[in-house]
Design a protein around this ligand. Structure first.
Ligand code: CP
Ligand code: NVA
Length: 309
């Protein structure tokens, strides 16, 4: 069975830790690891736009000695009837791995359904697991081992980032609280899966309504846009219910004294996060963005190794 990374819980706690250790090693000696030497190719498909994911994969694959193939799927047959399963079978004959940013998670699982090279989720409507590896690497650097640390994610608790904080945070043994307005709660299946994982790792998960209750005493405050890609025209009011969830000086004031603030970016300054917090001493957002590169390089190297073993 080919090992893929389609959701955060595709890595066990030990495996997640191994990828993060490798990421830290790779960051410390950035050009020393060449598992894609050849070069072997990695295809990176985008159904949605990107800055960080696209460029960090492109640079990372090149740094690993490989050849990145960045594909805007609108220029392919993806949208005009070729099955994603057939496309995956074809492309897997050219490349060492595939990376896919798309809408529904079922598109990702279809691409991965019949291939013998690893497939990586570069963001779906449901999850953003590569981002969480970068976030956990940032937490390790700033605060030490994530296990036992408290994290509050406030804002759109129904989106991909909320789901990934629940799963990846629980896998890391963190105490994860998510808080968003009514109507923007995480999927019950994800919450129950995260609670199951937290029961093995010593972490915990809580879904709250009050952002101040969520942020009280935490080591990490995280947020994300109130309007994810694809939601721009869904007709929902995405400002009024979210204002109480803005990450500003007042909310940060109830967190732990040395708390860090994370945002996967792009940020909508003045909406989900203020300039004061984003540019302030607690912000780790630019290290977090850099860490996409190191975490994804480690993930690729790890997946290539486990699939060869
Ligand atoms: N954080 C993140 O995934 O950014 P991009 O949408 O720019 O890739
Ligand atoms: N929740 C956001 C994350 C962007 C990196 C989105 O899906 O657009």
């Amino acid at each position: 069975m080919t090992r893929h990374f389609l959701r955060d819980d595709d890595l066990t706690p030990d495996e997640q830790n191994a990828v993060l250790e490798l990421a830290a090693e790779m960051k410390a000696d950035r050009f020393a690891y060449r598992p894609l030497e050849g070069p072997r190719s990695v295809a990176v498909f985008f159904d949605k736009v990107s800055l960080r994911t696209r460029l960090s994969f492109e640079a990372g694959i090149a740094e690993l000695g490989g050849q990145p193939m960045i594909v805007d799927t609108h220029a392919t047959h993806f949208g005009r009837g070729e099955s994603l399963s057939d496309a995956g079978r074809v492309v897997s004959r050219y490349v060492a791995a595939m990376v896919f940013r798309t809408t529904g998670d079922e598109r990702l699982t279809e691409l991965a359904s019949d291939v013998n090279v690893p497939v990586i989720n570069a963001l779906t409507d449901g999850f953003h697991p590569c981002q969480l590896l970068a976030d956990l690497l940032t937490i390790r650097e700033r605060l030490g081992a994530p296990q036992g640390k408290k994290l509050a994610y406030v804002g759109d608790a129904a989106n991909n980032m909320a789901h990934s904080y629940l799963l990846a945070g629980a896998t890391a043994g963190m105490h994860v609280r998510v808080a968003g307005p009514s109507g923007f709660d995480p999927a019950a299946t994800v919450v129950s899966r995260a609670a199951e994982i937290a029961a093995w790792t010593g972490g915990s998960v809580e879904v709250l309504r009050d952002p101040f209750e969520a942020a009280d005493g935490v080591d990490v405050i995280a947020t994300d846009t109130w309007t994810s890609m694809g939601q721009e025209t869904d007709g929902r009011d995405r400002l009024t219910p979210f204002w109480p969830y803005q990450v500003n000086g007042k909310l940060l004031g109830v967190a732990a004294e040395n708390a860090i603030v994370l945002h996967c970016l792009p940020a909508h300054r003045g909406e989900e996060i203020t300039d004061e917090v984003m540019d302030g001493p607690h912000s780790a957002v630019f290290d977090q963005a850099e860490n996409r590169l190191h975490a994804q390089k480690a993930l690729l190297a790890w997946l290539l190794a486990v699939n060869k073993a």
